[in-house]
Design a protein around this ligand. Structure first.
Ligand SMILES: O=C(O)CCC(=O)C(=O)O
Length: 260
């Protein structure tokens, strides 16, 4: 069971992220990979932003020379359709890290999501702060613990390499709080607040997680390899921070973090 060290928690708040190896092993990865294969098949038959069997699919049927191909951007609250993913997203190996970092014994589970990044599908995530998506500065969000009140945990399901669109973090950028960066999911973000050339790419092995807070600037580039780069994402809020209902059946549930 992961017990973060004070140094790791310091990295989270100072550099903005930390990578924890081998949080899940072969048994869990097999379960997740099987679920993702089913979700990929399901997603390919959909188009647009659609709620389907309790999860929200964001898919674009792109017209290429020679036909149409589904670009799967994300499946939001994937555990509604695949309960095994909800169970693993609420596993103590993940929630304990969030609780340790935020200093709480309960968390609201806001995000249970998958990104597929299939080979050459051109999906990318422009540089952003998750504080924007949480609704910082609106009545939807209150920084209850005064340190961001949010932890995102991104787990590699496939090997994440430099070629297949690893996550990129701007080190130290989280220290500056919410920056109201411009955001358009189709366009790379340009801002005087950061230099993309300083980004650190984070290769990972299956089962490793990247853990980060709401203020660190991050994103990822398209997958130019011939291999999938799937990640399983779970996000947790300090109780009382969030007042918004997230898409997906059952989202936002309050989880008790079990004692050791
Ligand atoms: O899947 C990715 O590369 C991006 C993930 C991301 O931006 C996030 O989890 O906030």
């Amino acid at each position: 069971m992961v017990n973060l060290t004070p140094e790791q928690i310091n990295d989270f708040y100072d550099i903005g992220f930390l990578v924890v190896p081998s949080v899940f092993g072969t048994a869990e990865l097999t379960l997740i990979t099987d679920a993702l294969s089913r979700l990929e098949k399901e997603a390919k038959s959909l188009d647009g932003m659609v709620v389907h069997r309790g999860s929200q699919f964001v898919v674009e049927q792109k017209v290429y020379e020679g036909g149409t191909r589904a670009q799967i951007k994300r499946v939001v609250w994937c555990g509604a359709i695949e309960p095994g993913l909800l169970e693993l997203g609420e596993d103590a190996r993940i929630t304990r890290m969030a609780g340790q970092i935020m200093g709480c014994h309960q968390v609201n589970h806001l995000i249970n999501q998958v990104h597929f990044k299939l080979p050459h599908d051109d999906v990318f995530f422009p540089f952003h702060q998750d504080s924007l998506h949480r609704g910082y500065g609106t009545p939807n969000w209150r920084d209850v613990n005064g340190r961001g009140s949010y932890v995102q945990v991104v787990m590699a399901i496939d090997p994440v390499t430099i070629e297949n669109g690893p996550m990129l973090f701007i080190p130290g950028s989280g220290r500056n709080g919410h920056l109201s960066l411009p955001y358009d999911e189709e366009v790379q973000t340009v801002s005087e607040h950061f230099d993309p050339d300083t980004a650190i790419a984070v290769p990972m092995n299956p089962g490793d997680v990247a853990v980060f807070g709401p203020y660190v600037i991050h994103g990822s580039l398209p997958n130019t390899s011939d291999d999938r780069r799937r990640v399983f994402i779970n996000g947790f809020a300090y109780p009382g921070a969030n007042s918004r209902k997230y898409p997906g059946e059952g989202s936002g549930v309050l989880i008790n973090i079990p004692e050791r």
